[in-house]
Design a protein around this ligand. Structure first.
Ligand SMILES: NC(=O)c1ccc[n+]([C@@H]2O[C@H](COP(=O)([O-])OP(=O)(O)OC[C@H]3O[C@@H](n4cnc5c(N)ncnc54)[C@H](OP(=O)(O)O)[C@@H]3O)[C@@H](O)[C@H]2O)c1
Length: 299
């Protein structure tokens, strides 16, 4: 009999990566909050606001889940910085409701955190390194991590780094799709040279999450690609992979964007645990972008 996983925020980039790499033997129930349906999705899509405790409790009373992946929340760093009360409610209250339901039903929770828990001063980061967020989004994620660790028996925390891939039209773009859109319209793009990560292709993220659900390791996992780049170099790689004009991409520093939330300068992850324990090999940026290009015919 197939097992069932509940994926909160299942229509986002991470959820899409999971759906497209789903192994046989798993059914997906996906939750999002706004009123839309994704045609052609293999997940059963439910529209539910996770801030609503009664609705969350009713869902867990009606259905039996073998595992829960909690990815839902406001994930835009700048939105959280400017709309803290709303983000606090969305991210903390939702996580409280989901963890409480998992605790009562003794369900393994895979909580999706972020590289933004680190201050970026001492990369590369291992899972055991102390957290010290520099923006409000990172602080909320640290609180959610604590909530999971301190209230549940069966949990895994996964921290994906900056992710790229094809997002659903209804959900937010990511660095690759945003840069592609600009370059296709022949618009100039300014990208910073002072923020570094090892970016993660969303299908690789999906594969790693299925490996977690299969093996049920406890503790924290860092998920990232195999190559450290700054955002400007990432943009050049996007242009190269999709045959677009790299001349439209201009290097700048973070000072060019004074209105945005502070970013940690270098949150590059050590991905040994991902490779060794989950069996997912880190991809270079050009490998990930080539896989992205192959995943959909060029537009
Ligand atoms: N993308 C990255 O680069 C990245 C990097 C590190 C960590 N992460 C973490 O990974 C997770 C997934 O990120 P993502 O980029 O896939 O997210 P995303 O594309 O922004 O999608 C967010 C998802 O959460 C849902 N959601 C938000 N609030 C909800 C609520 N109150 N009730 C029910 N559903 C709600 C959204 O539903 P609607 O569409 O209906 O609003 C959507 O399905 C997040 O926890 C994020 O912090 C992401």
């Amino acid at each position: 009999m197939a097992k069932t996983v509940l994926v909160t925020g299942g229509t986002g980039l991470l959820g899409k990566g999971m759906e497209e790499t789903a192994p046989a033997g798993w059914d997906i129930v996906s939750v999002h909050q706004r009123d839309y349906r994704l045609p052609g999705s293999r997940a059963e899509q439910l529209v539910l606001d996770l801030r609503d405790k009664r609705a969350v409790d009713a869902l867990f009373a009606e259905r039996r889940f073998d595992a829960v992946v909690h990815a839902a929340g406001i994930a835009s760093v700048d939105f959280v910085e400017k709309n803290y009360a709303e983000s606090l409610e969305s991210n903390i209250v939702s996580t409280l409701n989901v963890t409480a339901a998992c605790r009562r039903a003794h369900i393994h929770l895979l909580y999706i955190s972020t590289n933004a828990v680190f201050d970026g001063a001492k990369a590369p980061y291992r899972e055991s390194d102390p957290v010290n967020p520099v923006n409000k989004y990172g602080r909320l994620k640290v609180e959610c991590e604590r909530l999971v660790q301190e209230t549940l028996k069966h949990w895994t925390i996964v921290r994906p780094i900056l992710m790229y891939g094809w997002n659903h039209a209804e959900t937010r773009s990511n660095p690759a799709t945003w840069i592609l859109e600009k370059l296709e319209k022949r618009e100039p793009v300014s990208l910073v040279t002072d923020v570094h990560e090892n970016p993660l292709f969303n299908l690789q993220c999906g594969r790693a999450l299925w490996a977690v659900l299969d093996k049920r390791p406890e503790g924290i996992f860092h998920l990232a690609g195999g190559e450290r780049v700054d955002r400007h170099r990432f943009g050049l790689a996007v242009a190269e992979a999709f045959g677009l004009d790299a001349g439209l991409i201009k290097p700048v520093t973070s000072g060019a964007f004074p209105g945005i939330a502070r970013r940690p300068p270098d949150t590059t992850f050590v991905v040994e645990r991902m490779a060794r324990e989950l069996g997912v090999a880190p991809m270079t940026v050009s490998e990930g972008l080539a896989a992205m290009r192959a995943a959909r015919a060029p537009r």
